[in-house]
Design a protein around this ligand. Structure first.
Ligand code: AMP
Length: 395
């Protein structure tokens, strides 16, 4: 169900947004990216002659907790929208209904933090029904929580069997992910990095056989190297994952996915920005040294792989990019994605907290096709799982 298929004139659109934004000590918004991302859907409803009721969670409060009140984000929301927003100090019952049921077309209300009620995370059906009374149509625009079967993200949809839709942001996220998983242009390359194999195992298993090339970099690569008998010194490793790593290598061979592991690696004698460094082949790392970035030959090979692809998915850094001394591999991959996008018309998708941080740090976020906003939700989508928030709208 697309937002543009929904008749909105005179309707009260109850929109699940993701306003889980960072706040400082003075409870001011320090990054309003998520609020700005929700504006197109809000403005669409208003332009179609409807009114808007916004609901979200903020932080992880245990019951009502003033520090996590959504009233803290009201000034920034009003400034971005250029209009006043009514605030309901509870998301259900008369306090909410008094505000929402008297809204006129063109007006906006914001409900208090959904997670002040434990029923939200529990996916309580009665609570979802109470929330539903705040609107006449339901729109889910919160990709970041789409992998949760909470009252406001999934359960509530059953109270709007006909009148429900994806918001514009959520629709864009799904579209970007489908361009990779469902109908990619070949060759399709996935680059998976970061610290642990265990946290990316589901993705790797789902992607093998689907992608033409799978590049594994970052700390997780050493588990693959050690599993094959290589010496990795003091590098990060999950020795208990050897069997899974070997199974992945074998599955790559049988399914025809080309699996690229780092051939050389930048090693350091300590985990510090000013450590002594050297470059060695990845299976010959001396004791007392650890691999903290991919080496120059590997970087070159990975860059070439990206530049010869028509679709690229990137999740997880190639090294400890937080320290400039070990950010070269990650930055080179980020630049290759930007170049593939602009020069070869490739579709490039980036997601997962640290790769998003890396692409922002490199100043290249505007030059790739899409940067996903939902960490956990994107990972589960890439693992091939059906996300409850998406299924609830589709069913
Ligand atoms: P993840 O959350 O699993 O995507 O991992 C991201 C983290 O992995 C970042 O904080 C990186 O610094 C870290 N990382 C990447 N490569 C290495 C490495 N070779 N050794 C240690 N940590 C690494």
């Amino acid at each position: 169900m697309n937002l543009t298929d929904l008749s909105l004139k005179g309707e009260r659109a109850l929109i699940r947004v993701d306003f889980n934004v960072p706040l400082n000590e003075a409870r001011e918004v320090t990054d309003d990216t998520r609020i700005r991302a929700a504006l197109p859907t809000i403005q669409h409803v208003l332009a179609e002659g409807g009114s808007v009721v916004l609901m979200s969670h903020l932080g992880r409060p245990k019951g009502t907790d003033e520090r996590y009140s959504l009233k803290h984000i009201l000034p920034r929301l009003e400034a971005l929208l250029g209009q006043s927003v009514k605030f309901a100090s509870n998301c259900v019952e008369d306090v909410a209904l008094d505000v929402t049921q008297s809204l006129k077309p063109g007006e906006i209300a914001l409900l208090e933090n959904l997670r002040f009620h434990p029923e939200e995370k529990a996916g309580d059906e009665f609570f979802a029904g109470q929330l539903a009374e705040n609107g006449t149509v339901y729109i889910n625009d919160a990709f970041g929580t789409a992998h949760r079967a909470h009252a406001s993200t999934a359960v509530i949809a059953k109270f709007f069997p006909e009148d429900k839709a994806f918001g514009l942001l959520l629709a864009k996220e799904i579209d970007a992910l489908e361009k990779v998983l469902a109908h990619p242009q070949a060759p399709l390359t996935a680059i998976i990095g970061g610290a642990k194999v265990s946290s990316k195992l589901g993705i790797i298993e789902h992607l093998i056989g689907r992608v033409d090339r799978l590049i594994v970099g970052g700390g997780m690569a050493y588990t693959f190297v050690q599993a094959q008998g290589g010496k990795i010194g003091d590098s990060l490793v999950e020795s208990e994952m050897h069997a899974q790593a070997l199974a992945i290598l074998e599955k790559a061979q049988t399914t025809g996915t080309e699996l690229l592991l780092p051939h050389d690696t930048l090693i350091a004698d300590q985990f510090a920005a000013d450590a002594a460094t050297d470059v060695v082949t990845t299976e010959n790392i001396p004791d007392g040294w650890m691999g903290l970035d991919i080496g120059p030959e590997t970087t070159q090979r990975f860059v070439e792989a990206v530049l010869s692809s028509k679709t690229v998915l990137w999740n997880g850094p190639m090294g400890v990019f937080e320290m400039d001394a070990f950010a070269k591999g990650t930055n080179a991959v980020a630049e290759a994605l930007a170049k593939a996008t602009s020069e070869d018309d490739a579709f490039t998708l980036i997601g997962g907290g640290d790769s998003v941080a890396a692409i922002n740090k490199a100043g290249l976020a505007e030059r790739v096709s899409y940067v996903s906003t939902g960490g956990g939700a994107m990972l589960e989508y890439l693992e091939g799982k059906e996300l409850p928030g998406i299924a609830a709208i589709r069913s």
